[in-house]
Design a binder for this molecule. Structure first.
Ligand code: AMP
Length: 394
């Protein structure tokens, strides 16, 4: 029997999973996705090289998270017959104010995390449903929760609070920040490959369907664009990003919108999709001739430049800008637009390197390094689970 770590990322209608061999580090073995859970589920499985493999299991039973986790259990048995799942690492969006690192998912911790369901109603219930299902399916395995909020828990107070009466801060109404697993990975990559930059002032732009930016000082989060919820900061695929709260009051009072309607509007109908009137997908917008598609990209890149200036101010300058996420890692246009006119921050993009999707895309003489680093949230979860296993064994 060889020991493995399973990583799970449970969403509203999907379950992403990864299988990692422990002996090598952990090293990825397979990655999968079950989508349309509760509808007509589909299952995709790839090996570590990214090659699709026939899963050989019928996904029809994945009618909820428990059914989807049961399917993962059968897949593990089929594809890793001599592999034992020693630990399951879970992505959990909200760890609240106290979890500054991964946590063993005991009954108490799970119950505590229920308190943050109202803070992240679109993500937390599904994450916890996945965690409960995995505890039932893999009862012998160590269960570890990794939080998107943990990485930001050392924010200075001015970046942790809103200017509301203090009692709201005490009740948990704070700027938590998200995408922490991605920032953790990038900070680790910088420490490994560019230690001087890691010790300096870095802004990471995680630009995907969800998007945020984080200011790192010596590898630690000092400020980030997402706040109490994953709505704040940059516009995203379907989320609005920064919004005057007066707009919400107006929509409730004058247009009679309910909280459910507002949640739909702000989470699902806004951002690139709302502005373009056509798509949340950057590739589709880049390919479109429609003026509204171009305007949506303009708004997106303008907000990134604004936040970049703000984060550089919070850091007292800038040594490196790192792009990651589906858009950050692939869109030459977005990276070029973000860096346009940013010479005042020491940024000089090298056009050919940017076109080639190189790791360093700034010019040799650029005072600020601009980099593209593919992020990997799953390996952060797998490493955390492996480390906790190691501590348990010690
Ligand atoms: P993520 O949520 O990190 O998977 O990122 C999804 C986003 O990345 C979508 O908006 C995609 O359109 C965008 N994306 C992926 N590949 C490319 C590409 N080659 N050019 C532009 N955008 C891309």
């Amino acid at each position: 029997m060889s020991a493995h770590v399973l990583t799970l990322n449970a969403g509203s209608s999907s379950l992403k999973f990864g299988v990692f061999a422990l002996a090598e580090g952990p090293e990825p073995r397979a990655a999968g996705l079950i989508e349309r859970i509760g509808g007509s589920p589909a299952l995709h499985l790839r090996d570590a090289a990214g090659t699709a493999i026939a899963p050989g299991e019928d996904p029809a039973g994945a009618t909820d998270q428990a059914g989807a986790v049961g399917l993962v259990l059968r897949l593990v048995a089929r594809h890793f017959p001599d592999g034992e799942i020693a630990a399951v690492g879970h992505r959990v969006v909200h760890g609240g104010p106290d979890h500054a690192g991964p946590a063993r998912l005991s009954d108490d911790v799970l119950a505590g995390l229920e308190r943050f369901v109202p803070f992240a109603p679109l993500h937390q219930p599904h994450n916890l449903a996945g965690a409960r299902a995995a505890r039932a399916a893999f009862p012998e395995a160590l269960q570890v929760a990794c939080f998107d909020t943990s990485f930001h828990r050392n924010h200075p107070w001015v970046n942790d609070t809103f200017a509301l009466p203090r009692r709201f801060y005490d009740r948990g109404v704070r700027r938590y920040g998200f995408h922490g697993l991605s920032y953790d990975y990038i900070a680790g990559e910088l420490a490994r490959s560019a230690p001087l930059l890691h010790s300096g002032r870095v802004v990471v732009a995680h630009l995907g369907n969800g998007a945020s930016m984080c200011g790192l000082l010596g590898g630690r989060s000092v400020a980030s664009t997402m706040g109490f919820s994953a709505l704040d900061g940059l516009p995203m695929g379907t989320r609005c990003g920064q919004l005057d709260p007066g707009v919400v009051l107006y929509l409730m009072d004058q247009e009679g919108m309910t909280t459910a309607e507002l949640a739909d509007l702000l989470y699902l109908e806004s951002g690139l999709k709302g502005l373009s009137g056509m798509a949340n997908d950057m590739r589709a917008l880049e390919a479109s001739e429609a003026p509204a598609a171009r305007e949506a990209i303009d708004y997106f890149t303008f907000r990134i430049r604004r936040e970049l200036g703000g984060l550089a101010a919070a850091l007292g300058g800038l040594d490196a800008l790192v792009f990651c996420g589906g858009i950050g890692e692939n869109s030459r246009l977005v990276r070029a637009e973000v860096c346009r006119g940013m010479q005042w921050l020491g940024i000089e993009l090298d056009r050919a390197r940017n076109e080639a999707n190189a790791r360093i895309i700034s010019a040799d003489l650029s005072r600020t390094h601009v980099m593209v680093i593919p992020t990997d949230e799953e390996i952060v979860i797998a490493r955390a689970a492996a480390a906790m296993l190691g501590e348990g064994a010690a």
